[in-house]
Write a protein that binds this ligand. Sequence first.
Ligand SMILES: Cc1cc2nc3c(=O)[nH]c(=O)nc-3n(C[C@H](O)[C@H](O)[C@H](O)COP(=O)(O)OP(=O)(O)OC[C@H]3O[C@@H](n4cnc5c(N)ncnc54)[C@H](O)[C@@H]3O)c2cc1C
Length: 467
Amino acid sequence: MRVALVGGGVSGLTAAYRLRQALGDDAELTVFDAADRPGGKLRTESLAGTDVDVGAEAFLVRRPEAVALAEELGLGDRVVHPTSMRPLVRAGGRTTALPTGTLMGIPASAEQVAGVLSEDGVAAVVAEPSLPAPTLPGHDVALGVLLRERFGDELVDRLVNPLLAGVYGGGADSLGLRAVLPALAERIDAGARSLTEAIAALLPPTSDAPVFGTLPGGLGVLVDALVDAARAEVVTGAMVRELRRSGTGWTLTVTTDAGTKTEDCDAVLLAVPAPAVRKLLATPGTAATDLADVELASMAVVTLALPRGTALPEASGILVGVGETWDDGTPFTAKAFTFSSRKWAHLDDGQALLRGSVGRFGEQDALRATDDELIRRVRADLAELTGVTAEPVAATVRRWGGGLPQYGVGHPERVGRIERDVAALGRIALAGATWHGVGIPACVATASAAAHRLADQLLPASALVGD
Ligand SMILES: Cc1cc2nc3c(=O)[nH]c(=O)nc-3n(C[C@H](O)[C@H](O)[C@H](O)COP(=O)(O)OP(=O)(O)OC[C@H]3O[C@@H](n4cnc5c(N)ncnc54)[C@H](O)[C@@H]3O)c2cc1C
């Protein structure tokens, strides 16, 4: 029994581990990844002697899947949580505390956001409950259309978009309500009289329980543990170029430094972004148009190590609102900063570490700059926001071309059609950030489900390990 997994990010590696559990020791599992190492967007690098994440840096712990996986892999007692430092937001030319008690920046009352909005902006939020009850034009709607109509532009530009950009790399105008805030859509469907009322009902009770976790040493620790537990052959520098049905299984065409060869397998699991799935499934009958409709945002993470003793603000980071400029009118290049050595106690060893994120969906001009220029611009933004001008002792730029899928209007139906068409091909499954959530816990959940579906096809129920 041989299963090929295309893509060795957290999704492909989790799926390999689940397949190992389901199929047992004899199954031959091979993970092919085009990059120079497994992990995909989980990538830890050494900067000035410290292991830092230059892609994803943390996982939600209020969803169970990533923590449960860490525990299963023996890493549970190593998970750490952020310090009590809070983020700031640059909005309306001022840097102020990011409001709490909102759902992705959407408040349950104007009080929450008063410090960030102008008088007119606050008045729009106050007036929202007195508008006619919300209805959804068509089945789905761009979040921006709904929110701008109900709350005005300021709330979207100053709060909602910076928060969405941190998750999707994109903003409310291109993201669909049903995929991004499904619980809000359900409340509207169920007859909520206003968005304010719906959000009030959705906000979790205030709690001191941590929201995020990570691993000292970086998320590469999770990648290494997954590779060990999956006991799969991981082939890096291996670009899968073609996929053909052959008999009951599949044949892959794989290019490595050593040349191009074909690999036969009984089943295949694709844990790659939508454009790669589309290319690999270039056969009639698959949802090529739907796959092409999943757009991607590109971004870059600029990580800086500043000299020991450099004082960063007492905050975990700063989000930058859309359209914000320096006092002299220069637009910001960075959309957000994370003050890593403030946010994470294990990174606070005297050296100031921080990340600047660049690149929003639809506004990717900044990414054309060279690495040196990006570092220069991010440092200049930092100086404008915080007054910190120290020369870095080390700096690195990691670009994530097409790094995050955009969950546009109609995304859930689109995904449903793609999954149905792909499943009909037999002995193939899809995993990855494209389908049911971009965060690490969602990727773990989607990958586990995909691996189980594939295992069910490969073995009669009675033969599944553990039955
Ligand atoms: C900058 C950034 C920061 C983020 N921060 C967070 C965070 O803090 N917390 C969080 O929960 N999420 C975060 N995310 C999102 C999350 O990291 C990703 O959604 C998730 O890691 C994606 O995992 P994946 O395995 O689905 O895909 P990927 O990690 O993209 O892995 C796919 C792999 O497939 C390989 N590949 C592609 N095509 C082929 C091919 N044809 N042949 C062979 N290999 C191929 C690629 O090399 C890649 O390694 C962040 C994302 C980015 C870009």
